[in-house]
Write a protein that binds this ligand. Structure first.
Ligand SMILES: [Fe+2]
Length: 212
């Protein structure tokens, strides 16, 4: 499987505030085999639909997968999904956040442990509540890589200072669902630079002590 990244810029809105943000958009793509067209899962298409369409090119799109329903990650999902005639997958615990941004637009509910298959390889969903109630991470074992959304960044857990967030819960999710992965697992977050499971797990006591 190939994992491609593009960075898009826009606005994150919550609790009446607005912040300029850069988002990492990932494309999971099957490797081209003789005679078969590559297939793509779009993860968190953010801010710039045209940039996403250009990155996908003429490949087939399997679905749009959302790590959570903060507006910067989910706002374009209905339009992008309908552009390709595919479904949006989101954990239903983020329903209130989804409604704030996308009203009653349709999505298919994700569950913990769900697997997507792309080019014969698995993408495994882990429900990692904390940054938001419906946060998930997506583990690609064949590439020793975790798409961590806003659950884990280079330098600590996702923010838990705004509504529907909990620091204690994100720490529990990280210990149970993320730091149990191999230490050399690449971590590709929803914002900023990549890291590894081992590098972040080694600092968990520091993160707990500082409280974010
Ligand atoms: Fe977020």
């Amino acid at each position: 499987m190939k994992i491609e990244k593009l960075v898009t810029s826009g606005v994150f809105r919550l609790d009446g505030g607005e912040w300029e943000v850069d988002n990492n958009v990932y494309l999971l793509a099957s490797v081209d085999e003789e005679g078969s067209k590559e297939e793509v899962i779009i993860v968190d298409p953010s801010h710039d639909a045209e940039a996403v369409y250009a990155a996908v090119g003429d490949r087939n799109v399997q679905c749009v997968l959302l790590t959570h329903a903060h507006n910067d990650h989910c706002e374009l999902a209905p339009a992008v999904a309908s552009h390709y005639g595919v479904e949006v997958y989101l954990h239903p615990d983020d329903q209130p956040l989804w409604e704030e941004t996308n009203g009653n637009a349709a999505y298919t509910p994700l569950r913990d442990g769900q697997q997507f298959v792309l080019g014969g390889e698995n993408v495994s969903i882990r429900h990692t509540t904390g940054h938001s109630p419906g946060c998930i991470v997506a583990y690609v074992a064949s590439e020793d890589t975790l798409l961590s959304g806003d659950t884990l960044f280079n330098g600590g857990p996702g923010a838990t200072g705004r509504k529907y967030s909990s620091f204690e819960t994100i720490i529990a999710s990280l210990k149970e669902k993320v730091f149990t992965l191999p230490a050399d697992t690449r971590v590709l977050p929803g914002h900023g630079d990549e890291t590894t499971v081992g590098a972040e797990a080694a600092r968990i006591d520091e993160y707990i002590a500082r409280g974010y």
